[in-house]
Design a protein. Structure first.
Length: 352
């Protein structure tokens, strides 16, 4: 695994794609001859300016190999948008920023807050992101004066969000998979992704399926354990489906047993939440504490009262030595915890 700074210099050679010249800031160009609406972004261009140039549903933004240091926000009206790397290597095109929740705002009026720290933010329905790296390279060691250490790589809301072959890199709160409203059950699907961090680095209220993903816990030079948690779901009580990790891997750069799988997040603005997480048919490495893989965020909301379950996992971090600490689904119950059950009527297309 590359170092936190090192991944920024990793690029790949672009394949021979048909290129449509675009001058961002001018009128958006249309790709020919198919009539598809495609914008290309190259080093020196701005991904945000390309997003701003999108005028309706169904656009594609192709990001060519390079490092793009900027914050990008996709507004709700930019529906059915695809943002993809120009080559299949997700390390070739890197969108990155260095900002934490406690970073002061430029006007001195406060700090960015957790959501505001995000490198990439989208509230658009039907978003597809693939073959990219979304990263936040803010480091605690560089900013000992800042106590708000949440540093989000991607903050996603909106229904029918697809994230495929994407690296999501940060430390605390890497991926904020949330919903557009407290009563919304926005659905997201992550396939073949690499997601890494240390504290609560996959969190939020969304109905999210992680299929064939790798969750990687980082080495952390602190004197305490657990050093962090992978998941912190905040699922609404009325939502039967929260986070589902299936056919995935849990790896670690830390010592054995240093991390927990999850702790429940019950936000102060929705104290009725009943977080839900199912990890099934996955390989859990030794970095996860096998004896007690779950813990509390606050005593008022013990994890045992939440919806944390496992099914048919393997690996040293999945060994059941204390059954009361590792609730398991029955075979019948597992039938309700599949990607199809979580995504409902939405059938995302398989990648060609």
């Amino acid at each position: 695994m590359l170092s936190r700074r090192g991944f920024l210099t990793t690029t790949a050679t672009a394949s021979a794609l048909p290129v449509v010249p675009v001058v961002l800031g001018a009128a958006p160009a249309w790709a020919a001859p198919s009539g598809r609406r495609v914008l290309h972004v190259r080093p020196g261009d701005s991904v945000q300016r390309a997003v701003d140039a999108v005028t309706g549903p169904g656009w594609t933004i192709v990001v060519h190999p390079g490092t793009y240091r900027e914050a990008v926000a996709v507004l709700p009206e930019k529906t059915e948008l695809t943002i993809r790397g120009a080559v299949g290597d997700p390390g070739a095109a890197v969108l990155v920023l260095d900002r934490a929740g406690g970073t002061p705002l430029p006007d001195g009026s406060g700090t960015y807050g957790t959501a505001g720290s995000a490198t990439f933010t989208s509230a658009a329905a039907g978003l597809t992101v693939r073959d990219l790296t979304l990263a936040n390279d803010w480091l605690r060691a560089d900013h000992p004066e800042i106590t708000g250490t949440q540093a989000v790589a991607a903050y996603l809301t909106g229904d029918r969000v697809q994230v495929d072959n994407v690296r999501l890199l940060a430390h605390q709160d890497t991926l904020f998979a949330d919903t557009t409203a407290l009563d919304a059950f926005d659905r997201m699907r992550f396939t073949g992704c690499h997601i890494e961090g240390d504290v609560d680095f996959v969190f939020g209220r969304a109905t999210a399926v992680f299929d064939g993903c790798r969750f990687h816990t980082l080495a952390r030079d602190v004197p305490f354990t657990p050093k962090g948690m992978v998941f912190a779901p905040a699922t609404a009580r009325a939502n039967p489906h929260g986070f589902l990790a299936v056919r995935s891997r849990f790896t670690s750069a830390a010592e054995d047993g240093a991390y927990k799988l999850a702790r429940p997040w019950v936000p102060s603005y929705e104290t009725t939440a009943r977080p839900s997480l199912v990890v099934r048919d996955s390989l859990i490495g030794p970095g996860i504490d096998p004896y007690a893989p779950y813990t509390d965020m606050r005593e008022a909301y013990p994890w045992q009262s939440m919806r944390f379950r496992e099914y048919r996992n393997t690996g040293p971090g999945a060994v059941i030595t204390a059954p009361h600490n590792r609730p398991q689904l029955t075979a019948t119950e597992a039938e309700a915890h599949t990607p199809a059950a979580y995504l409902g009527t939405w059938r995302p297309p398989h990648r060609r």
